[in-house]
Design a protein around this ligand. Structure first.
Ligand SMILES: Cc1cc2nc3c(=O)[nH]c(=O)nc-3n(C[C@H](O)[C@H](O)[C@H](O)COP(=O)(O)OP(=O)(O)OC[C@H]3O[C@@H](n4cnc5c(N)ncnc54)[C@H](O)[C@@H]3O)c2cc1C
Length: 369
């Protein structure tokens, strides 16, 4: 169930292995959260910026085989206001770079704080962990308000578990956001790559499946792989906490076909002067030569299932595991859960593909293919 990366790749691998596979997708398009759209011909991303990056060789070979090969080095900027009286923000790299910070008037304070940090970051909640990684001043400038806007709750209530993956203080001058060996951005958005993956797979669109379909599915199929959000699938919305975004996307004219309007593909806006967390202008990444551009403001707090909420006590993850067990009890055939939504994990596209490879292997082994 689901024609995002996870469902598409699992479907493809099992089809290639000789199984009769059907991918059932609730919307009228494939691609899930990674999908791009166009506005007046300009490619933009209605579910937020999606940069493909991986260090996983098998995943890299798989996506290369489906046309994802155009290299892209993703660099993010952050607009930082050093004092409430500043009219204009400073555009600094994200993650913060020590060599850039040295040029700022707050550097003596930052330097003192950095000198007194523990060797390894510590703390169970997100705020304690990040402050112990970069000091209070940098945390306040880059992270505190961004996190509060993004999650709608203080960072002290959030888990430190995703901090090492998302937050860093750079001392080695590496400007790219990622350090993975392979990074790509397809010129027309990721859709055509996912469509290539699904080109040999039977896909049924506009087909929303829920736990109420368990008996029927048991008659038609030998196994199911669920990539849907489990509270949605089990028809108990509210059982799991999610955080969603709304991309407020607008078309703007430009000065010539190469024109762009914001400083970078992704510009973080941690200030409370604006309600959104970042601006996204995908044209920086596609390099499209076209009149006009689309700028999106990423508004947090939309009622959508974009991010699992990983609280410090792990309660939501436990609820997801319980839901998976309850759903499996409704089926008379084996049920597998994979991908970002069904396993309630904050994973990237390459990890979703790796998940799909693992689940396809399990299904093939257990069904004797
Ligand atoms: C704001 C944001 C930014 C991100 N940025 C990046 C990034 O820069 N780089 C990166 O690598 N990753 C990024 N990701 C993560 C990436 O989107 C996911 O890892 C990837 O899309 C997961 O694929 P999936 O197939 O597991 O889930 P999804 O893409 O969510 O696909 C699930 C599919 O299942 C369908 N579905 C749901 N319920 C049902 C049902 N009941 N019946 C049938 N079908 C159903 C949905 O319509 C959807 O098509 C980002 C995610 C978000 C939310």
């Amino acid at each position: 169930m689901g024609a995002g990366w996870t469902g598409a790749v699992a479907g493809r691998l099992l089809t290639d292995a000789g199984f009769a596979v059907e991918v059932l997708e609730k919307t009228s398009v494939v691609g899930g959260h990674s999908r791009a759209e166009t506005m007046n011909g300009v490619v933009y991303e209605p579910n937020g910026a999606h940069i493909f990056h991986t260090d996983n060789q098998a995943v890299n070979e798989f996506v290369n085989a489906h046309g994802l090969t155009r290299p892209y080095d993703h660099k993010v900027l952050t607009e930082v206001f050093l004092s409430p009286d500043d009219d204009e923000g400073h555009l600094l790299s994200w993650p913060p770079q020590v060599d850039e910070l040295k040029e700022l008037p707050v550097w003596p304070t930052v330097e003192r704080e950095l000198a007194s940090l523990p060797l390894q970051p510590t703390g169970d909640n997100f705020e304690d962990f990040v402050v112990s990684m970069m000091g209070r001043t940098l945390y306040d400038l880059f992270i505190r308000n961004y996190t509060a806007k993004q999650w709608g709750r203080p960072a002290t209530e959030l888990s430190a578990r995703f901090a090492p993956k998302r937050v860093e203080l750079r001392r080695d001058g590496h400007r790219g956001l990622f350090r993975d060996r392979w990074q790509y951005f397809p010129p027309n958005g990721i859709n055509e790559v996912i469509e290539s993956v699904l080109s040999t797979v039977a896909v049924t669109l506009d087909s929303e499946i829920t736990v109420d379909d368990a008996h029927r599915l048991g008659q038609d199929y030998d196994a199911v792989i669920i990539t849907a959000a489990l509270d949605d699938f089990a028809r108990c919305p509210g059982e799991l906490e999610w955080r969603g975004i709304e991309m407020r996307s607008r078309f703007e004219p430009t000065d010539g076909p190469g024109g762009v309007l914001t400083p970078a593909y992704v510009t973080n806006r941690p200030s409370t002067r604006v309600p959104y967390t970042r601006t996204v202008e995908t044209k920086h990444a596609t390099g499209q030569q076209i009149e006009g551009t689309v700028v999106s403001e990423e508004m947090p707090g939309a009622p959508r299932r974009h991010y699992p909420v990983l609280t410090a006590d792990g309660a939501n993850e436990r609820r997801n595991t319980e839901l998976a067990e309850k759903i499996a009890e409704h089926f008379e055939i084996p049920v597998y859960f994979a991908g970002r939504l069904a396993t309630y994990r904050y994973i990237n596209q390459d990890e979703a593909i790796a998940d799909a490879m693992a689940v396809a292997h399990r299904v093939a082994t257990e069904l004797g293919g």
